[in-house]
Design a protein around this ligand. Structure first.
Ligand code: AGP
Length: 606
């Protein structure tokens, strides 16, 4: 939820830290701060609001001197977003400064204990206990203090700690933290986006590990303080991938990248016309042992799962349910070794999804993760991983993350149906051919809707928007509505079109906009009847239909056309103009598109 960075080098730390925070700002933007050490004392600057406020306040970091430091950009959990609760937090003696991502679950008890011992608290945060614990355990050895303090913490945390004498530490427990190896300087960050301007050589810390960084070396320790050898990995993408590249917003850039991301995700997995996954295969026995599939995820990843459910059930005739991870984790689910659990996550760090994964794995499920971030917690915990090769996704509202997840689910369905002996060769070949064509179709979905900003200008006045559709169209409605609400703050909700008359239609009246997805042709006429029903109650209708469909023109007030693909892949082409529509509506309404209020990119706390 928050972003943390650390730097040890021979140049000034603050400008490097602030640049890193800018690159992590998608993780939270309630406040920002840095603490640097000049070898004798710690200098801190922190302020409510965007990283820009911090940068303005410190003249881009020039005002705070020191060559070792930590930085933080906050998504508030404990304590209001203000200057005092902003990180870093200091120990009372000024010896330690701490930044933290995650939640210290036992902070209330620790705070009580520390208060009894005479420590006073300046903030309402859970993090401040760490600074005082460090002071309490310091006996001349900062490393020992870090280890002892960490051993008292429960919950999820990645911590950055500096000591006034110039020592720098990073600690990881159930919260992402990556170390970067430079030349004469070293770094850590919550995400590689802050590391790639400096280095592509990284070390993924595991839970329970901590590290000390100096300009010349990184030493990693296990929970008992024994040095451990860690492999060095190479980050596959470069700095441009995490920058806007001339676009006004990351979201627009990421929408436009979708043809390329789809291709990067799909093409390497098709060899001689056959689908093969590099890290996922099952024996025939294992395959036939599976009697149900549960897909679990949060938000858009769950909505990609809804698309996957229709496609897998259609092709594989295996029962599939899609479960919200936040519910599944507490539901005492009926799961055993015959269950294939498909876990979907762009970040690979979503707390609820991780908890649901652990819960189901403990009950015997085989776990397949569909993840975008290499080395993330979900990727590590799963039995098998299929990566989406979407590249870094910075905008809080996911776009290319969602379409590449849907792409992997489509491939998985075809692969599974084939392995189960349920697919004729002709159909298999046709679907693989259709997959190859999809990057072009996604591009066409963009090109057909170059004028969508005009539609957005006309329709941005609506405050209640209903998305309706049937079958795969309904699955897309869920994501279309979420895109709109999260960035434009318009009330938007998805309903199965056939369900409307069981209650929700009571809300439809003049002044309602009903976005009707009408691409699922077997039920097209039924969806047309739903259009009649809402129009009869005064609603305006914006339809999404397949190119060449003339019938829709007489029914809907406005139409977004999308190219014809294989019907199973329609959702991917359909969502693209809906992403663009949400983007331009939000822009018309003057919203901060890449940093929507109350949200953060990756929800690493419960
Ligand atoms: C999507 O636009 C949202 N920001 C959000 O719903 C997101 O999809 C969800 O939090 C899951 O994230 P993940 O894919 O990183 O697990």
């Amino acid at each position: 939820m928050c972003g943390i960075v650390g730097f040890a080098g021979t140049r000034e730390a603050a400008p490097v830290l602030i640049d890193g925070l800018r690159r992590l700002e998608y993780r939270g933007y309630d406040s920002a701060g840095v603490a640097v050490s000049d070898g004798a004392a710690i200098n801190v600057a922190k302020v409510k609001g965007y990283v820009k406020n911090l940068s303005d306040m410190t003249h881009d970091g020039a005002d705070i001197r020191g060559r070792i430091g930590v930085g933080h950009t906050r998504w508030a959990t404990h304590g209001a977003p203000n200057d005092v609760n902003a990180h870093p937090h200091m120990s009372s003696d000024g010896r330690f400064a701490v930044v933290h991502n995650g939640i210290i679950e036992n902070y209330a008890l620790l705070r009580q204990e520390l208060t009894k011992n005479g420590y006073t608290f300046a903030s309402d945060t859970d993090t401040e206990v760490v600074a005082h614990l460090l002071e309490m355990y310091y006996d001349g050895d900062a490393r020992r203090a870090v280890m002892k303090a960490a051993s008292r913490l429960e919950g999820s945390y990645s911590l950055g700690v500096i000591c006034a004498d110039g020592r720098l530490f990073a600690v990881r427990e159930q919260s992402p933290l990556i170390l970067g190896l430079g030349v004469g300087e070293n770094y850590f960050a919550s995400d590689v986006a802050a590391l790639v301007p400096h280095t592509k050589n990284v070390i993924y810390l595991d839970d329970g590990e901590f590290a000390e960084l100096t300009p010349d070396a990184i030493t990693v320790y296990d929970v008992r303080g024994r040095a451990v050898e860690k492999p060095v990995s190479k980050v596959a993408w470069d700095v441009e991938a995490a920058e806007k590249g001339g676009y006004e917003h990351f979201m627009l850039k990421e929408i436009m990248e979708q043809p390329a991301c789809f291709k990067a995700t799909v093409e390497p997995r098709i060899k001689d016309g056959r689908i093969e996954f590099e890290n996922f295969d099952l024996t025939d026995e294992e395959l036939h042992d599976i009697n149900r599939i549960i897909i679990t995820a949060c938000g858009s990843a769950g909505y990609a799962g809804q698309v996957g459910r229709y496609v897998i059930e259609e092709l594989c005739r295996v029962p599939v349910s899609v479960e919200l991870a936040s519910e599944l984790r507490y539901r005492n689910p009926i799961i055993d070794r015959h269950t294939l659990l498909v876990v979907i996550s762009q970040s690979g760090e979503t707390a609820d999804t991780i908890a649901a994964l652990r819960e189901c794995k403990a009950r015997g499920a085989r776990v397949l993760a569909i993840v975008n971030v290499v080395g993330s917690t979900i990727a590590k915990l799963a039995d098998h991983v299929i990566y989406t090769w979407a590249g870094p996704e910075i905008a809080v509202a996911t776009t290319k993350g969602y379409t590449t997840q849907a792409a992997v689910l489509d491939m998985l369905a075809i692969w599974l149906a084939d392995r189960l002996g349920l697919m004729e060769k002709e159909r298999y070949d046709a679907l693989v051919e259709a997959l190859h064509a999809m990057p072009g179709q996604i591009q066409r979905a963009i090109d057909l809707n170059r004028g969508i900003h005009r539609l957005a200008k006309k329709l941005c006045k609506y405050n209640d928007i209903y998305f309706i559709g049937r079958n795969l169209d309904y699955a897309v409605c869920m994501e279309g509505a979420l895109k709109l609400k999260e960035i434009s703050y318009i009330f938007a909700e998805a309903y199965a079109a056939g369900e409307l008359k069981h209650g929700t239609i009571a809300l439809v009246e003049q002044g309602s906009l009903v976005v009707t997805l009408a691409c699922y042709e077997p039920l097209f006429d039924k969806t047309m009847s739903n259009i009649e029903e809402v129009k009869a109650r005064g609603a305006e209708v914006l339809a999404v239909a397949l190119e060449g469909n003339r019938k829709i023109l007489s029914k809907a007030d406005d139409v977004i056309f999308v190219p014809r693909t294989d019907p199973l892949f329609n959702p991917i082409a359909q969502i693209v103009p809906l992403q663009l529509f949400a983007y331009y509506v939000a822009k018309e309404r003057g919203c901060d598109i890449d940093k929507p209020k109350n949200l953060a990119k990756s929800v690493t706390v419960e």
